[in-house]
Design a protein around this ligand. Structure first.
Ligand code: ATP
Ligand code: MG
Length: 202
């Protein structure tokens, strides 16, 4: 049975695709993996298409049916879900082992966690083993925002905050453009952060 990891947030532009593409490369080294791009923008699909090693498909409907077929063939299934609420998002939560919600540490972004927590609670009625994590992404260095965000997220009992924080770093933007993971680029803090995240998650 495949381990299903879903990267989702109702909020757009928080780093879902950035996380999904970087995780796809990491998972691929651990076992047979497939990346599912469930967002009509197809950013992850385009990124993967420039590479030989990452299997990626787009899915816009009937996710559960498709996952059932993939389940036997793959060890890891990673899903990048569009920002807005959707059937796909609800379906993904019903079968995922792990949900990762990347968020920026600003209050406007964090407020969406309330909505996301409700979705997790509903999903857990059927998928009781769902593990839900929040990942702080695009944190600014030398501000108090991060500390405030950590305190804010601690109030959500359905979420575990990942200790690893991804800071705002150009390398994350460059990696996507070059169809790479930051771990495949020159030594950088982004690479260190991602490696730390992989150790924490996998
Ligand atoms: N840690 C980071 N440091 C710098 N730039 C980042 C970081 N994370 C993401 N970005 C940039 O922020 C933008 C939005 O990221 P991304 O596309 O991954 O978000 P998303 O949640 O998938 O967006 P959408 O909701 O549109 O699918 C991109 O330009 C990406 O390169
Ligand atoms: Mg995206």
């Amino acid at each position: 049975m495949a381990k299903i990891i879903c990267v989702a947030n109702r909020k757009g532009g928080v780093g879902k695709t950035t996380l999904a593409t970087n995780l796809a490369v990491a998972l691929n080294t651990k076992g047979k993996s497939i990346l599912i791009d469930a967002d009509e923008q197809q950013s992850a699909f385009k990124w993967a298409n420039q590479r030989e090693d990452i299997e990626c498909i787009t899915v816009h409907s009937d996710l559960l049916e498709k996952l059932e077929k993939l389940d036997k063939e793959y060890e890891y299934i990673l899903i990048d879900v569009a920002g807005r609420d959707s059937t796909i998002f609800r379906e993904a939560l019903l079968v995922s082992d792990t949900l990762i919600v990347p968020t920026q540490p600003s209050l406007l972004d964090l407020e969406v966690l309330d909505y996301m927590q409700k979705k997790v609670k509903t999903a857990k009625q059927t998928n009781e083993n769902l593990k839900a994590y929040v990942l702080i992404n695009r944190a600014a260095v030398r501000t108090t925002e991060l500390k405030d965000a950590i305190e804010f997220i601690a109030e959500f009992d359905q979420f575990k905050l990942l200790k690893t924080v991804l800071f705002e770093r150009k390398q994350f933007r460059d990696a996507i453009v070059e169809s790479k993971s930051v771990t495949e680029m020159n030594a950088s803090k982004a690479k260190d952060e991602l490696n730390q995240l992989i150790i924490e998650l996998l």
